[in-house]
Design a protein around this ligand. Sequence first.
Ligand SMILES: [Zn+2]
Length: 484
Amino acid sequence: MSEPPLWKRALSWLEILAWIGVSLFLLDRLGPQLSALTGIEVGATETPSFVATTLAGDTLSADGLRGEVAVVNFWATWCGPCRLEMPALQGLHEDYAERGVTVLGLSTDVDGSAIPPFLEERGITYPVGRATPAQRQAFGGVRGIPTTLILDREGRVRHRVVGYFAPPAMRAAVERLLAEEVPGEEAEPDVIPTTPASATPPLPASVTWTPQQPNQGSLLRVTLQSPDRALASVEGTLGGEALRFHAPRSPTAATGELASLAPVPVDAEDPLTATLIVRYRDGGEERLPLRIPVGPGDFRHEALQVAPEFGSPLTGERRARLDRDIARAAAVSRAAMDTPPLWSAEAVLPRPARVTSGFGNGRVFNGQVSSRHMGLDLDGATGDTVRAPTRGVVELVDDFLLAGSIVYLNHGGGLVSGYFHLSDQLVSAGDTVRSGQPIGRVGATGRVTGPHLHWVVRYGRTSLDPRSLLEVLSQPRRGAPLPR
Ligand SMILES: [Zn+2]
């Protein structure tokens, strides 16, 4: 009972979310302008000029590293995916230093005093310095961490990975650059020619996901990148639902990239595992195993004064009515699985109101946990406006036994959202709605004790915490946002 009240926690959560949104927005806007100012464009042949002073007092510069393959990693002590990558970077340092590979870590930590003990504890011995604004600009504006850049022996950026860089892909990239001929070192004419470039193995496909450690009951975005081989299709099942991979609509998305939303069910075990079947245009096929670490859901117990919405058994006609409602909701989920993604990165809360009952909470009635709350209750008075959180098509406008007047939106790519207990439905089936568009009004229809909005978000038929929709959709890039 020492915890702050629910509304305070909801508010601070909203503040954080808004703040992340603003930072991403600003970084997005400033990045290209900084690039323009410094004359550097992000591209495969960019040759950044930079100087770094390591914590040990050494100086590493672009000029000094010419002739070596350099792996530059922007990171921070507080960043989970950065920590995951560090053993692989240390491995590169240990195994490749003699072959002319330099690993350089550039920490974006605001407080530098945390860095040395952090490195010592993890046995990190590659050079680490503190990132400067000039370095971020030199690399075309580092917008999120981790960001890893791999420079060839002529100092050109050949790989730029934002987000977790899978160790096999990192090693393969370094190997390829080492296999390239060094400029100015002509192969001796009477020696057997070096391995042609086409014989170097293609970079393997890698999988990343956002958020890095999802909690039970949250929406996830899984991204597959294949830098060298064109993708034909990707199939897989995660959390009991088929994945729906599509090319991201974001203009900043890399080519050779496919992404799918995915559910982390409320009862998901840690880790959540899956196997993706990746098919390439060249006819090749590959199986990629996934192990996603899952954190516990923040679920509570709530004592109810009256029978919960879905608690008491129904019989006869009412049971038949409920079955009909369930079948109609299931049809909405099927439609969403068959619709390409319609959502926009611009995502808003349907109501700027306090949370009166959180997602996943156990409902205690007569001393027994009788059900789990599979939506999010947002406060409101009858008549208050309910808005679409993001772009979609109105799939169903109906009157349900328990949920009352409902609107279901199909956002495509398997994503569904629902709005229950409405007093008014302001849209019709088939309408396309944009983010923030009014779709209904708060009411107390169906089985409820008072007016509020019960908001549902599903991937396929799996209900998820609606707040994770905002988190995932409004983060177009992988990797953690920079602190500023
Ligand atoms: Zn509810």
